[in-house]
Write a new protein. Structure first.
Length: 143
């Protein structure tokens, strides 16, 4: 599992910087997002955090993630038509979705040049760049 433990002080600062009042649940959920680069779903976050936070509900996780997205503190990924995933990394990057195992990987945007044509017709507020295919572990072997 791709994890890097982020301390609570950093998490609190991150939430406050995005206009979100820290609470026990919000800190735990944001800490999970920032520490787990696996693009988890509501169910995964709930199942992993519920044993240590008995008062946590799936509705709280969903509403908290919605709040994070509304305040630009996290990203909501709809790369997989069946499931919504969340990403604590709000830096500019693309995503790759493996059609076999369902894993989502971050892709560095350096070397990828894509922009909306400059025009008075559009005011771009966000961009999502998704790639789909097979990850290294799931690529069909050549025969």
């Amino acid at each position: 599992m791709n994890t890097e433990e982020i301390d609570q002080t950093t998490v609190k600062k991150h939430l406050i910087a995005h206009g979100i009042k820290p609470s026990v649940q919000r800190i735990a959920i944001m800490q999970y997002l920032l520490s787990h680069k696996t693009h988890p779903t509501v169910d995964v976050i709930y199942n992993d955090l519920a044993p240590s936070i008995p008062t946590l509900s799936k509705t709280t996780v969903y509403n908290t993630l919605k709040l994070f997205v509304e305040h630009n503190a996290s990203l909501m990924l709809t790369i997989d038509e069946k499931t919504t995933h969340f990403d604590g990394d709000i830096s500019e990057h693309a995503h790759f979705f493996c059609l076999e195992c369902g894993c989502i990987y971050d892709i560095d945007m350096s070397g990828i040049h894509c922009s909306c044509p400059s025009s008075n017709d559009f005011s771009v507020t966000e961009t999502h760049l998704y790639f789909k295919g097979f990850c290294k572990q799931c690529q069909p072997s050549e025969q």
